[in-house]
Design a protein around this ligand. Structure first.
Ligand SMILES: [Ca+2]
Length: 448
């Protein structure tokens, strides 16, 4: 993918609406002034925090434009980043500005100077914002849009433009999900839209979360990240690709959710045929806070009296083991899948996602374990032979409620019918061992 050159942008903007034929474009001369840089973005970030603050020094920084409002998926916000060096990854930030068609002056890849004096900074969901000031109805202040009169005094385009290829960072989903990547241009390869998105549009009114739709992109290890598309995106009503894709996007965050936003549909490049799970459970039919009861699944207590429950968080259903009520020494409960036939596909790989909250220590006495059995009778866990599988267990340092991919659990050695068990271990009495675990998106992929 190539960013548009200055010439072609001016050409499209000026002529394409009315004249379809090619028109000779006069050569354009760039004569933007250069400013002396005396501050780095990392220095600005170091001095910013969640409380909005006015910037009092006469400082100038430089950064490169990585977002565009040309295709409607970005609106009144510019995302900019530094150029990565051999020792320092790129650092990004956002600048809200009360202006439409920002792309005309601030083209993709364009180096922009920012004059910081008297502007405001804050850290919002982990990302630096530079802009004006905004006070809400409760008189709480935060960074707001630069005014229409102001933004051109703060943001100064230069004559230097880099390509996408010079600015983008290729990474995997686990590498991606960090605040330090916010507002930078990233590329994910070998990912696909989650099953729930197939046959659906980028934006759907039935899945409208604050003016946009979030669909999960998933990798072969069960890692997921949202792709967010605004209802105003020009491609909002197109269907999402059914293949695997290579995707370039800007990483943003809302609350706990990392969200990728593409500049245009061209950022989503179809690659190879998608992997199709032959077994999936997304827990969307669970009832919040009720003992889990799904067709074919077993929910069995080995110690204590608590079962796995259904949980709903912001519309996402998952399985959860949460210690509440009776405070017994040991809580152990097994959530066991239906029988899965391993003779239909080859090269089977299990993936799922799990999260923790209120976990105080990384201990075998408060954890989630996964087992596979070929001889579970559906009733008695102790009579079956269980083989433990290793996966990425959420750690105490994993942010609460943040689902992480399990990694691929190789099931290719199994034949016949198997059950997969998710075993919770914890203590209601020892409050150091009463952390909760959540489970979602159990999938098994295989080749025919
Ligand atoms: Ca779910």
């Amino acid at each position: 993918m190539k960013s548009l050159s200055y010439l072609s942008i001016v050409f499209i903007f000026t002529f394409s609406a009315c004249i379809p034929e090619e028109v000779a474009v006069p050569e354009l001369i760039c004569n933007q002034p250069d400013y002396e840089i005396n501050r780095t973005i990392s220095e600005v970030i170091k001095n910013a925090n969640s409380v909005v603050k006015q910037y009092t020094y006469d400082d100038v920084i430089e950064a490169y434009v990585i977002s565009t409002d040309e295709y409607g998926n970005f609106f009144k916000t510019l995302h900019l980043q530094t150029l990565a060096t051999a020792t320092a990854p790129s650092i990004g930030f956002s600048v809200p500005a009360d202006a439409s068609n920002l792309y005309v002056d601030f083209r993709l890849g364009n180096k922009v100077y920012l004059k910081l004096k008297n502007q405001y900074t804050d850290i919002y969901y982990g990302g630096l914002r530079i802009g004006g000031i905004y006070a809400n109805a409760y008189n709480e202040s935060s960074v707001g849009r630069l005014s229409q009169n102001d933004y051109k005094n703060v943001l100064h385009p230069s004559c230097v433009t880099f390509t996408d290829d010079q600015l983008v960072k290729k990474m995997t989903i686990p590498e991606l999900l960090k605040d330090s990547n916010l507002n930078t241009l990233v590329e994910l390869n070998d990912v696909q839209f989650a099953t729930a998105a197939i046959g659906r549009h980028y934006f759907e009114e039935s899945n409208n979360v604050g003016g946009g739709t979030n669909w999960y992109l998933i990798d072969k290890n069960g890692n997921q990240v949202y792709l967010r598309t605004s209802s105003y995106a020009r491609f909002a009503s197109n269907l999402v690709p059914t293949t695997k894709v290579k995707i370039r996007a800007v990483l943003t965050k809302f609350g706990l959710d990392y969200q990728l936003a593409v500049r245009s549909e061209a950022d989503i490049e179809p690659t190879t045929a998608r992997g199709m799970p032959f077994f999936t459970e997304d827990f969307q039919t669970v009832t919040d806070k009720s003992n889990l009861s799904l067709p074919g699944w077993s929910n069995l207590v080995q110690a204590g009296s608590l079962f796995w429950k259904g949980a709903m968080y912001n519309g996402n259903g998952c399985a959860e083991f949460l210690i509440s009520g009776t405070k017994v020494n040991s809580n152990i409960a097994w959530l066991i899948s239906p029988k899965i036939d391993m003779d239909v596909y080859k090269n089977e790989v299990l993936t799922f996602r799990s999260a923790q909250h209120h976990l105080d220590v990384d201990s075998p006495l408060n954890t989630l374990e996964v087992y596979i059995s070929k001889n579970f009778d559906g009733l008695d866990v102790s009579k079956a032979t269980w083989v433990k599988a290793s996966f990425n267990v959420p750690q105490q340092t994993t942010p609460w409620y943040q689902f992480i991919g399990s990694g691929g659990v190789d099931l290719s050695g199994y034949t016949g019918k198997i059950n997969i068990a998710f075993k919770y271990i914890g203590s209601g009495k020892n409050t150091a061992l009463d952390g909760a675990f959540q489970l979602d998106d159990v999938q098994i992929y295989g080749d025919k």
